[in-house]
Design a protein around this ligand. Structure first.
Ligand code: IDC
Length: 402
């Protein structure tokens, strides 16, 4: 080994020891490793001492570095968590800016009728609580995703009903192009959807039965085996001589198999005589199919004890009942609202575990509409400012006064 090499090794050792000392100094706070001052003159002494120190404290130093590393990991993990929370907050803010109304996810499952109860696939009794559209033909533009999110959050609905009016001007393709995007949105939002064939003025649902067959064939094919969808095959059969036994039941027996062929498990809702006030008539001669619900309708300013008694009778006979339409006004859907009677009705239905769907989510200038006629879909971010008296009452009742 010549002088040059010797010198070179010394310098390398010197560098290594310096590095070790620096590290010792770094961990000093943990380990209380002795430190000492270094001058050029005492470098040989220092080297020796440094070696001794390094050996002596080797284990302690290792542990100390592990601690530093752990500490650093905690710092890094904390930083990542803070970063993610910040990102989530920023995204949440911008999401809220766009939609205003947070989406709450609830479980939709296949519903089943067991005697007079509607149960989910865990066997729990389910109460369908919702709002109905006005005619899809005229009021489809306000049926927007944000409006549904709003109703879901602020009215606590789990169901939305869409009314499709048959009639001379009925156009299947046109209706499907309006209906499907709306139903798709409702499914995405985890809501139950009642597709309502809104018979009314024709009194007897058999009048437009051919259109009804085509409509339900296509819709049940499109939503074959989707648990969200419930089919309401006739809104309000009415007037003399339209009866359950001779008109409504035979009509139902033609439509139900069409739907069941495409979607065997779906719930089918059938209207009852006299604008759905006589659910007792269906109870006396029920359909021989499973998963059938019979509909009852009431308007708080007009109907009371008689309709409630018909409901009790039907439940006692063991059929399932759903109020697929109720209004806060008298039965013409207009004029003032009846707060007390509305509350009593909903209490009665809740006690009997019967679901209820309010008429209607529209901006038509009439007492039963939920929105004022100043509302347009462009106002969906501030929809709450356009609630009518009826809308406010329904919201209060649906939120149980909260
Ligand atoms: C009403 C609408 C109203 C429309 C009228 C006739 O609110 O704008 O002019 O129908 O088409 C029902 C019916 C439902 C009625 C509602 C209120 O199912 O279509 O809507 N009502 O009259 N049964 C009892 C009351």
């Amino acid at each position: 080994m010549n002088m040059r090499t010797d010198y070179h090794i010394s310098v390398r050792m010197w560098n290594i020891q310096c590095e070790l000392m620096r590290m010792c100094h770094d961990v000093n706070a943990y380990m209380k490793v002795p430190t000492f001052n270094l001058t050029y003159d005492n470098k040989i002494d220092y080297l020796e001492q440094a070696m001794n120190i390094t050996e002596k404290y080797a284990d302690s130093i290792r542990q100390a570095f592990t601690k530093i590393l752990e500490k650093r990991n905690i710092v890094i993990i904390s930083a990542i968590v803070v970063f993610l929370i910040t990102i989530a907050f920023v995204i949440g803010k911008s999401y809220n800016k766009n939609t205003s109304y947070e989406m709450i996810t609830k479980d939709v499952s296949w519903l089943k009728v067991e005697s007079n109860k509607i149960v989910n696939n865990s066997g729990e009794q389910i109460l369908l609580k919702g709002i109905s559209s006005h005619g899809l033909e005229w009021y489809s533009d306000i049926l927007t995703e944000n409006a549904f999110k709003y109703l879901r959050k602020e009215f606590q609905i789990n169901t939305f009903r869409i009314a499709v009016y048959p009639g001379e001007n009925f156009n299947l393709e046109n209706i499907k192009s309006k209906l499907y995007p709306i139903v798709d949105k409702l499914i995405e939002l985890d809501l139950y959807v009642i597709i309502d064939w809104h018979t009314l003025e024709e009194c007897d649902p058999n009048v437009y039965i051919e259109d009804s067959k085509m409509f339900f064939t296509d819709v049940s094919k499109k939503y074959s085996n989707i648990p969200n969808i419930l089919y309401e095959i006739c809104n309000e059969p009415n007037s003399n001589p339209v009866t359950w036994d001779d008109h409504i039941k035979p009509y139902a027996e033609k439509i139900i198999p069409i739907i069941r062929e495409n979607s065997s498990n779906s719930i089918i809702i059938v209207g009852t005589p006299d604008y759905c006030k006589k659910v007792n008539k269906a109870a006396d001669n029920p359909l021989e199919y499973s998963n059938i619900i019979y509909s009852v309708h009431f308007y708080a300013g007009t109907h009371g004890k008689i309709v409630k008694d018909n409901i009790k009778y039907a439940l006692e006979k063991g059929i399932a009942v759903l109020a697929t339409e109720w209004g806060t006004t008298i039965e013409n859907g207009d004029g003032k609202i009846y707060e007390e009677s509305s509350k009593q009705w909903i209490d009665f239905l809740e006690e009997n575990k019967i679901g209820y769907i309010n008429w209607s989510f529209s901006n038509k200038n009439e007492g039963s509409a939920i929105l004022t006629d100043k509302y347009t879909k462009e106002k969906e971010q501030v929809i709450h400012k356009y609630l009518t008296e009826s809308g406010k009452l329904v919201q209060k009742i649906y939120n149980k006064g909260e």
